[in-house]
Design a protein. Structure first.
Length: 397
């Protein structure tokens, strides 16, 4: 599909959908930033190491332990964003965190109790729900017991926070898993729809060509038998074969034209799925009123919608989109208007690209018009086509 402007270099979407692995460098940065926010709880143990309240050996051991803990945590959480580890590896890495957190907090003091926050986050984000419901309280209780040895007040302050953050992450983890399953289900539905369409095409071709080809075969055999003794009758059979073949060719062309012509209702439904999958919050009319709309007008609007959605998904960087379908009475008669407005850039090109040019020509062929350009908060495309044929307009005058 050609783009709507020449040099479109904007990223695909402004945010990274939950549960998707990073697809480019920008999405990788977003994922790292999202995970890095949680590293704020490392401030206390880092300051504890820098202030030098421990011996040189204890400081060195604490630094190594902290590096091992953070490395294990980041490996576990970041890797499980898109393509998770096997259950055995997940349990092993959480066990490493479960050993390092109490050992460091017990030996180096209450400033290290914040490591249990990371243990709780890791359990909530990566473990199955039933296991997480046991592991999170167990980690919180362990933190409290270790804190009684070093800093009871800090332990009491962090106990509830550890529980809440852990259980909140179970919700995030469940959302990620649900999103992945939903994407798989959509792919399955699309495959089933494609298979159903192939079956329909096979049935239609059989109905269209089965009778014609059988008749051609029969008349060919008759012409072959008549040719030696009755050449005039054979010539008649050949003429019938030609007529049947021409009619079959017309039927096939009409069928192929119908398959190739997009339907606006189908494009609207497909646009909703495509925009949602791309992380764009979309408002799309569910059941458009297309009564009395000429097929050519409907098909042209479907092309316009497809072009607009393609630009939004690939190039605009938008995260919101509104699609409207309205009937309007103008000086040129009744028009069906398709409006697609998003909050993206519309691309970086200053001149219309091949997509807009081709779309304008397609609309002009059916008596329609196209308006596209930047608005205050994004980009807007408006395509209009006649809502009635010229015959209908003349009869109603």
């Amino acid at each position: 599909m050609s783009t709507m402007t020449e040099d479109l270099k904007a990223p695909a979407v402004k945010h990274v959908p939950v549960g998707w692995p990073p697809r480019n460098r920008r999405e990788m940065k977003v994922k790292v930033l999202w995970i890095g926010v949680w590293l704020v709880f490392l401030k206390a143990p880092t300051e504890d190491l820098v202030n030098g309240h421990h011996t040189t050996g204890a400081t060195a051991a604490g630094a190594l332990g902290l590096a091992a803990f953070v490395g294990t945590y980041l490996t576990l959480v970041f890797r499980n964003i898109g393509r998770p580890f096997s259950p055995r590896i997940v349990v092993t890495l959480i066990a490493v965190l479960g050993v390092l957190a109490p050992v460091l907090a017990y030996t180096l003091g209450g400033a290290w109790l914040g490591l249990f926050i990371y243990l709780s986050v890791a359990c909530g984000a990566t473990l199955p729900l039933r296991a997480a419901y046991w592991a999170i309280p167990a980690g919180a209780v362990t933190m409290y017991l270790v804190g009684l040895h070093s800093d009871a007040q800090e332990a009491r302050d962090l106990f509830l926070l550890t529980l809440l953050i852990g259980f909140a992450m179970t919700g995030v983890g469940q959302l990620v898993r649900t999103t992945v399953e939903l994407r798989k289900a959509r792919a399955t539905v699309a495959q089933l729809a494609a298979n159903e369409e192939r079956l329909r095409l096979a049935r239609d071709l059989h109905d269209l060509l089965g009778h014609s080809l059988s008749l051609i075969t029969l008349k060919s055999e008759l012409a072959g038998r008549m040719l030696p003794d009755h050449p005039d009758k054979a010539a008649q059979q050949v003429a019938d074969i030609e007529q049947v073949s021409r009619q079959a060719l017309v039927d096939v062309r009409e069928a192929v034209t119908g398959y190739r012509r997009p339907r606006l209702a189908a494009e609207l439904a497909g646009s909703q799925v495509a925009l949602t999958a791309a992380g764009v919050v979309a408002e799309v009319p569910a059941e458009p009123d297309l009564g009395g709309i000429p097929e050519e007008s409907e098909s042209t609007l479907a092309w316009a919608l497809r072009e607009a959605v393609t630009n939004i998904v690939r190039h605009s960087g938008a995260d919101r989109c509104v699609v409207q379908l309205l009937r309007r009475q103008t000086l040129d008669g009744a028009m069906l208007e398709l409006s697609v407005e998003d909050n993206g850039s519309g691309g970086s090109g200053k001149d219309p690209g091949n997509g807009l040019t081709g779309l304008t020509e397609r609309l002009e062929k059916v008596g329609g018009t196209l308006e596209a350009g930047r608005v205050r908060h994004g980009f807007r495309l408006v395509a209009r086509v006649p809502a009635a044929t010229s015959v209908d307009v003349g009869s109603g005058a």
